[in-house]
Design a protein around this ligand. Structure first.
Ligand code: RTP
Ligand code: MG
Length: 149
């Protein structure tokens, strides 16, 4: 099934100038970027986005990290995109993430783990609506999709 996922390069990815390399991984896989913007997240948006972790001990440092510098917010589309992207991203702790994954290849610390990706269809829908207006999401046809699917 074709799905949309919300994916966000975190401040460390932007500051370390890794955006191009990371974006290439999604395009190389055969996924389609249908929305993309650099955004400075404020405290309210960070707390809403990561609301499920509000009671966790790491929550204040997570909010501080996510608001420390701009993030690159994206909607990425493709066959089983949510699961596929979580596989490309790798485990939450970069030291446990397999080499070949984004966190495994670029990260060293759970508190600086490069990228966020939706973990389920419900969270994807919620997160896309939180960060993007309908008119910011482009529904465009890839003309050589027959070569991918
Ligand atoms: P994300 O939501 O950012 O895609 O990450 P995830 O699903 O792999 O992990 P999740 O459990 O949702 O945690 C959200 C983010 O909180 C930070 N974190 N720090 N210090 C800690 O123990 C800890 N645990 C999680 C990470 O930035 C993680 O990505
Ligand atoms: Mg998560």
């Amino acid at each position: 099934m074709i799905q949309k996922s919300f994916v966000m390069m975190k401040p460390d990815a932007v500051q370390r100038r890794l955006m191009g390399k990371i974006l290439a991984r999604f395009e190389d896989k055969g996924l389609q970027i249908v929305a993309c913007k650099l955004i400075q997240i404020d405290e309210d948006l960070a707390k809403t986005h990561y609301g499920e972790h509000a009671e966790k001990p790491f929550f204040p440092s997570l909010v501080e990290y996510i608001t420390s510098s701009p993030c690159l917010a994206m909607v990425i589309q493709g066959e089983e995109a949510i699961t596929t992207i979580r596989k490309l991203v790798g485990a939450t702790n970069p030291l446990e993430a397999d080499l070949g994954t984004i966190r495994g290849d670029f990260g060293m610390d759970t508190g600086r783990n490069i990228i966020h990706a939706s973990d389920a269809p419900e969270s994807a829908e919620r997160e896309i609506a939180l960060f993007f207006n309908e008119d910011e999401i482009c529904d465009y046809k890839i003309i050589d999709n027959d070569l991918i699917y």
